[in-house]
Design a protein around this ligand. Structure first.
Ligand SMILES: C[S@@+](CC[C@H](N)C(=O)[O-])C[C@H]1O[C@@H](n2cnc3c(N)ncnc32)[C@H](O)[C@@H]1O
Length: 293
């Protein structure tokens, strides 16, 4: 951030408000975005605005600012080596364990799911694990159903209302560098193609086989309590890098509290686990997943 901005008491107050409210740390990307927001605003106007943000108990204006500052970069099957660990080892093991215990609900949470691709990815992989175990059945490609006594509950959450709206819509554009840039062909059957039409780009819709299993909600990771409990798997990737390091342990406590004992936590490849005493590390090649004690 330019020296003139960091020397502004209002900017310092705003950064501290953003840290308190959403855990944000001043990355260069955040600073560039803030500079855009401040453009043309004099010091006096900036001071009044920050004061009003602080005073507004509804946090509506602050939420609107958070929308402008968050990075929603995501795509289906992001970070394939980690997902291989889930699809080849963790999900099949969870399904086997559930079968053995007669507990027929699989609960998965994608925390900070952005526009939903990560949560839909989890659902596709979980349903495939249930198919491979002979529990789910496929009548025609993509027409997959679970017997009535089995449940798959996948939740996606994010701080951004706009991102959650897109996630719930579940319609993704297909042009290059979009959501499907690394999409494995075998999962195409979970989608319906919608060809380009007058002024509308081509996109793919998540098909009806997957939709009943997903729920998307707003959730701020620095909230003191998690939005769900008894999860078998929680995945929280590519978000801690945007949050103040002093907030990481607090965020991870929320993720831990969402898990049942024996449930798994997967962080991003560059993230460090702070609550080592609460987890066993399980290594698969070069990927680690943390099992709650
Ligand atoms: C780069 S995306 C990562 C999406 C997905 N997890 C992935 O790996 O592809 C980061 C997401 O974190 C969300 N986010 C940032 N701060 C958050 C917070 N305090 N609580 C919840 N979500 C947050 C952003 O809105 C954004 O959608």
């Amino acid at each position: 951030m330019s020296a003139s901005l960091t020397s502004s008491a209002s900017v310092v107050r705003l950064l501290s408000l953003l840290r308190e409210f959403a855990g944000f740390r001043p990355t260069p990307q955040l600073e560039r975005k803030l500079e855009k927001v401040f453009q043309g605003m004099g010091e006096a106007a900036l001071a009044r605005w920050v004061e009003s943000l602080q005073a507004d108990a509804s946090r509506r204006e602050l939420m609107a600012l958070v929308e402008d500052l968050t990075n929603h970069e995501t795509y289906f099957f992001r970070d394939p080596p980690q997902l291989e660990v889930l699809s080849r080892h963790v999900l099949p093991a969870l399904v086997r364990e559930k079968q053995k215990r007669g507990d027929k609900t699989l609960r998965l949470w994608s925390a900070a799911c952005s526009t939903g691709e990560e949560a839909w990815t989890l659902a596709m992989m979980a349903l495939t694990a249930l198919l491979d175990a002979g529990i789910a059945r496929e009548r025609r490609p993509g027409d997959i159903w679970l017997p009535p006594d089995w449940r798959l509950e996948v939740m996606g959450t994010d701080i951004s209302r706009q991102a959650i709206r897109v996630a719930r819509d579940a319609a993704y554009r297909t042009e290059s560098l979009a959501s499907f840039r690394q999409f494995p062909e075998r999962y195409r059957r979970f989608f319906d193609d919608v060809p380009a039409a007058a002024g509308q780009p081509a996109y793919r819709h998540v098909g009806p086989a997957l939709r009943p299993y997903l729920r998307f909600d707003l959730f701020n990771l620095i909230s003191p309590a998690p939005p769900c409990r008894d999860q078998d798997l929680v995945i929280c990737r590519n978000v801690l890098i945007y949050l103040d390091i002093g907030m990481h342990a607090q965020v991870q406590r929320g993720l831990r509290d969402a898990l049942r004992p024996g449930g798994f936590l997967m962080l991003g490849v560059v993230d460090r686990l702070h609550l080592c005493e609460d987890f066993h590390d399980r290594w698969f090649e070069r990927c680690v997943i943390h099992e709650r004690k």
